[in-house]
Write a protein that binds this ligand. Structure first.
Ligand code: CO8
Length: 260
């Protein structure tokens, strides 16, 4: 299927989704959201696909934010009554249970930073720049940035970035735990695809459960989170892949996963 604002490619068990509006630094408009919802929905539904990578086309940006030109034409009632951009969280974060990685090259600003933070983790290239500069436009983050950035880097840096619009470079972002890893710009896609292939080679049910339990750390108290983890662990012990994984270890061979 071809899309207006993104490209999608399957490489073995990894789906590569690329934001493809390089002339506007991959700014996120309503069409991008619709296209991404469709692409992520297909990725989630396709049993042959086990991990995804989201990146931006061109060498300047992952995404420079929500499309300011589109937003400039809307009134408050349009944003509110249409629940503008409300579907990012419900359709892309909540419904996608399989793991996906954001490969961030260049600018990840405003909604672009917020989209990257929706991923299970971020791999950044050395020229990546993260920021929430919405205040300069008279607004504020609106796709989860004030919450996810604060959870990732803590109050001091999140507050400074939101209040001043200062961008954070890749090295600082790694120190601040916003990104999992920084790699040379030329290696970004290869490294992200390698990580994704590694995840895609894991027992699929265990991958979903691992993702769910780490995410629970952001949504529950410690005691509840630990119970949730233990219950998921106990469910996994009933899977065919648990029997296969342990047998494969003992027999010194690779596991052959059933996904159940
Ligand atoms: N929206 C639309 N177009 C954009 C955007 C954007 N966010 N960013 C860049 N562009 C366009 C420029 O207008 C320009 O287009 P043209 O060639 O037609 O003039 C083209 O991309 C290239 O950009 P620049 O010439 O500005 O490139 P520079 O290298 O000089 O600067 C920057 C790069 C620093 C990234 C600069 O473009 C910039 O500051 N961009 C805007 C960044 C920004 O403010 N982002 C936040 C947007 S607001 C937001 O994301 C809110 C999210 C929450 C919404 C939720 C609603 C509920």
């Amino acid at each position: 299927m071809s899309y207006e604002t993104i490209t999608v490619e399957q490489r073995d068990a990894v789906t590569l989704i690329t934001l493809n509006r390089p002339k506007s630094l991959n700014a996120l408009n309503s069409q991008v959201l619709d296209d991404l919802i469709d692409a992520f929905g297909k990725f989630e539904a396709d049993a042959s696909q086990r991990c995804a990578v989201l990146t931006g086309s061109g060498d300047k940006a992952f995404a420079a934010g929500a499309d300011i030109k589109e937003m400039s034409e809307k009134a408050a009632a349009d944003f509110y009554l249409d629940d503008f951009f409300g579907k990012w969280t419900s359709e892309i974060v909540k419904k996608v249970r399989k793991p996906w990685i954001a490969a961030v090259n260049g600018f990840a600003l405003g909604g672009g930073c917020e989209l990257a933070m929706m991923a299970d983790f971020i791999i950044a290239s050395e020229n990546a720049k993260f920021g929430q500069p919405e205040i300069k436009l008279g607004v504020a983050p609106g796709m989860g940035g004030s919450q996810r950035l604060t959870r990732a880097v803590g109050k001091a840096k999140a507050m400074e970035m939101c209040l001043t619009g200062r961008m954070m470079g890749a090295e600082e972002a790694e120190r601040a735990n916003l990104v999992a890893r920084v790699v040379p710009q030329d290696d970004l896609l290869d490294e992200a695809m390698k990580s994704a292939a590694l995840i895609a080679g894991m027992p699929p049910m265990a991958a979903v459960a691992n993702k769910e339990m780490v995410n629970a750390a952001f949504e529950t108290g410690l005691d509840q989170g630990i119970i949730f983890e233990r219950r998921l662990f106990q469910i996994l012990t009933a899977s065919e892949d648990k029997a296969e994984g342990m047998a494969a270890f003992i027999e010194k061979r690779e596991g052959n996963w059933k996904g159940r």
